[in-house]
Write a protein that binds this ligand. Structure first.
Ligand SMILES: NC(=O)c1ccc[n+]([C@@H]2O[C@H](COP(=O)([O-])OP(=O)(O)OC[C@H]3O[C@@H](n4cnc5c(N)ncnc54)[C@H](O)[C@@H]3O)[C@@H](O)[C@H]2O)c1
Ligand SMILES: O=C(O)C[C@H](O)C(=O)O
Length: 311
């Protein structure tokens, strides 16, 4: 199985590292416009092979899409990241042009691939990739919910003082500081509702920390995060390539689900060899429904900024 990752920066290289280390694909191609950069990242990753024991062939190319031919999955991480104090939405001006060109280029050489969009603002970039390529909706997946959910589990584990892997929790809605919806009511510690262990106030603090999880890291690092984003992409790609049918919150095109239409937004999806195989209909309560409608409105408003790019 072949995976192409466009953008060999912090997130792209971390995706390649996670995918090869976990043996998810036989071949990974990193592509970047910076001369020699993807080649360097690929060589560095390949020099891990003997010490970590992986067999994936990782190669790098400078803007040569012919080397990406016949990829099963293409991950788009190209574009600029935010700096401290910025929102993801502020990246739209530069990243929209990059994502549109990249999505069109990859499809020339891999017409049957599934596209995973990572570049921010991710829900808007996913919608752009879908509209500009005309691909069927099951083949365009925005990665954000997997990362946000893992941050939610991290903050719950800190509050509970229990291991993250014993906690099950999901974030839906937009991948933005104010649009994420951590589903606190449905989070559990080994199947037991977390509300049995944490007060409402503690749960609200966890949800708030989750929503600004990316901004917190950006403030600490001076640029946005990459290890957890790379691992989250690998988790998603694994479910596609190995047809695992995991339920993962992903940004996908909705047509009536959760009362919304014509946007890409985070909803629970079954992810398998066909990409998005099902959108799972969780019964939300009234407060969660209202939060989802508000999040969807913000996501829809951002799409309006794509008019000139999509014209
Ligand atoms: N969806 C998520 O959960 C999530 C998580 C982390 C980061 N991100 C986003 O991912 C993007 C990348 O972040 P990063 O930290 O890796 O940034 P980075 O600056 O480290 O890397 C971006 C790379 O893209 C390359 N690039 C730019 N234009 C290109 C083009 N036309 N073709 C090929 N490559 C091109 C650059 O040369 C650079 O190497 C940002 O938009 C960031 O906000 C999203
Ligand atoms: O926070 C960012 O800007 C990057 C990414 O969306 C993240 O959540 O880490």
């Amino acid at each position: 199985m072949k995976v192409t990752i466009v953008g060999a920066g912090n997130v792209g290289a971390s995706c390649a590292d996670s995918i090869s280390y976990r043996g998810i694909a036989s071949e990974v191609v990193l592509l970047d416009i910076r001369e020699g950069f993807a080649e360097g990242k690929a060589m560095d990753i390949m020099q891990c092979a003997t010490n970590t024991g992986f067999n994936t062939n990782v190669s790098g190319v400078t803007n040569d899409y012919s080397k990406t031919a016949n990829s099963d999955v293409v991950v788009i991480t190209s574009g600029i990241p935010r700096k401290p104090g910025m929102t993801r939405e502020e990246l739209i001006g530069i990243n929209a042009g990059i994502v549109k060109t990249v999505a069109e280029n990859v499809l020339v050489h891999s017409p049957n691939c599934i596209v995973v969009v990572v570049s921010n603002p991710m829900d808007t970039m996913t919608y752009l990739a879908l509209k500009s390529t005309g691909l069927p909706k099951n083949r365009i997946i925005g990665m954000g919910g997997a990362l946000d959910s893992s941050r939610f589990r991290y903050y719950l584990s800190k509050a509970l003082d229990k291991p993250s892997n014993d906690i099950s929790a999901m974030v839906i809605g937009g991948h933005g500081d104010t649009t994420m919806i951590p589903l606190t009511r449905l989070a559990s510690y080994n199947g037991i509702p977390v509300s049995q262990f944490l007060s409402q106030e503690e749960l609200e603090k966890v949800a708030a920390a989750t929503m600004v999880g990316g901004a917190t890291l950006t403030g600490l690092l001076g640029t946005s995060a990459w290890y957890a984003p790379g691992a989250s992409v690998a988790y998603l790609v694994d479910s596609i390539l190995n047809d695992q049918k995991k339920m993962i919150a992903c940004s996908v095109f909705v047509e009536g689900e959760y009362g919304q239409n014509d946007i890409c937004i985070g909803v629970p999806c079954i992810i398998g060899k066909n990409g998005v195989e099902e959108i799972v209909d969780i019964k939300l309560n009234d407060a969660e429904k209202a939060a989802f409608a508000k999040s969807a409105e913000a996501v829809r408003n951002m799409n309006a900024d794509l008019k000139s790019v999509l014209a």
